[in-house]
Design a protein around this ligand. Structure first.
Ligand code: NAD
Length: 390
């Protein structure tokens, strides 16, 4: 038997890491669950639904976590709440490992083992636990829907008796999980879609979604993917060639969705102020990388900026704008991860410390930061913007 505690998230985070569905499954796996009253309300999970699944509703966050062996969160918990958590407990959530190193080290010092779900290794066994995939997919969808809602024209071509409306042109920069969904959504809405990336593997995926791939396809491009499936930081020479190509392309686009990220580094700058000024008034840029410094020069975290008639949306936490889906999927990711932490026979917490999934996500243990990517040996460049997760 083990106890799972679920505190409520802060005011700017509508998602939650437990759904009534996963509560039921966790209880079957041996858990006793304490969840703070109202914690799922913004994802439309009622206390009564958690209770029906077998969870106990408690009045405060402290009460939810005090006896917990595992604490499930969306964001990094506050230092105040961390003090109420047992030293032997595990905290599992999107702990934002590359931001606010001091805050993270403070949290580590309170004692519990910290698991950052963003660092989940990209191996097939871990796909069901991949929070970046489950959340980025929704962000890609929402970016296009938001842009379409703000756009002063229609997206599909329409042939009417009064004349033909041309299809809008949508350009997706960065074709990871979010980018692929952005392409698919824009295609469903009838736009003419082009996309770019530095990883060659993407080319076929773009074509299979009915979009056109454009990129600087030189020798460096052929080597741009890390063994972990992420993009490398490109050379200055490549960046210049890429900028020239994008400058030419972007001026004819109506909507640009940027999603380009490099693991543990600030987002690459892909759209300059000059490029924005070359776009037609009424055009829209949605910068999904804004939390990591942004791909577009004028993008501001949490703001909608207008420059020469071009709107640059830097909304934070797009998955949080579709919280019912985002929470359901995130809760399933956490359930799959917790299954790994619990002995099938003993139904108690038994952590396989040597498992690659554990080694990949464990960032702190016994009061200290332990992850190689966060230690002094391999410190990533500081990430500039601090905001909510996307
Ligand atoms: P990401 O969020 O790290 O980056 C988004 C995209 O930006 C990537 O496609 C990246 O190549 C691109 N990018 C980076 N720098 C760029 C630049 N200068 N110009 C243009 N584009 C640039 O990526 P992601 O969504 O996490 O996906 C990375 C890969 O991992 C994908 O191939 C994805 O399918 C794969 N993946 C594997 C698993 C698994 O096997 N468990 C799970 C999820 C994703």
């Amino acid at each position: 038997m083990f106890i799972i505690g679920v505190p409520a998230e802060g005011g700017d985070e509508p998602r939650i890491g437990l759904s009534p569905e996963t509560a039921k499954k966790l209880i079957k796996a041996g858990a006793t669950i304490k969840i703070r009253s109202g914690a799922g309300a913004r994802s439309h999970f009622a206390d009564a639904d958690y209770q029906a699944a077998g969870a106990s509703i408690v009045k405060s966050d402290a009460e939810a976590v005090t006896d917990a062996d595992i604490v499930l969160t969306v964001r990094r918990p506050s230092a105040a709440l961390a003090k109420a958590i047992k030293k032997s407990a595990l905290i599992v959530g999107m702990l934002d490992p590359y931001s606010d190193a001091e805050g993270l080290s403070g949290l580590a010092k309170t004692g519990p083992s910290l698991f950052a779900m963003e660092l989940m290794p990209r191996i097939s066994r871990a796909q069901s636990m991949d929070v970046l995939s489950s959340q980025s997919n929704l962000a890609g969808y929402k970016a296009v829907v938001d842009a379409a809602a703000l756009f002063s024209r229609a997206l599909p071509m329409m042939m009417t008796a009064a004349g033909t409306i041309p299809a809008a042109r949508v350009f997706v920069m960065g074709v990871g999980v979010a980018g692929l969904q952005a392409i698919a959504t824009a295609r469903r809405l009838g736009a003419i879609v082009t996309a770019t990336d530095v990883r060659p593997a993407v080319k076929e995926q773009v074509a299979s979604l009915g979009a056109k791939f454009i990129a600087v396809e030189d020798e460096e491009f052929k080597q741009a993917e890390t063994s972990g499936g992420y993009a490398k930081e490109m050379s200055e020479a490549y960046k210049q060639k890429q900028a020239a190509l994008i400058a030419e392309h972007v001026k004819n686009q109506d909507i640009v969705i940027t999603t380009a990220l490099i693991q543990g580094r600030p987002a690459p700058k892909l759209i300059s102020k000059e490029m924005i000024e070359s776009m037609r008034p009424g055009s829209i840029i949605v910068d999904l990388a804004v939390e990591r410094g942004g791909n577009a020069e004028l993008a501001k975290p949490g703001q909608v900026v207008e420059h020469n008639g071009v709107t640059i949306m830097g909304k934070l936490n797009l998955p949080g704008l579709v919280p019912d889906n985002a929470s359901s999927l995130y809760a399933r990711n956490l359930f799959a991860f917790v299954e790994l932490l619990v002995g099938k026979e003993s139904k108690a917490v038994e952590i396989p410390w040597d498992d690659d999934i554990i080694k990949g996500t464990l960032i702190a243990r016994d009061g200290a930061i332990v992850h190689t990517m966060l230690g002094s040996a391999a410190k990533p460049a500081p990430v500039p913007a601090k905001g909510s997760k996307s």
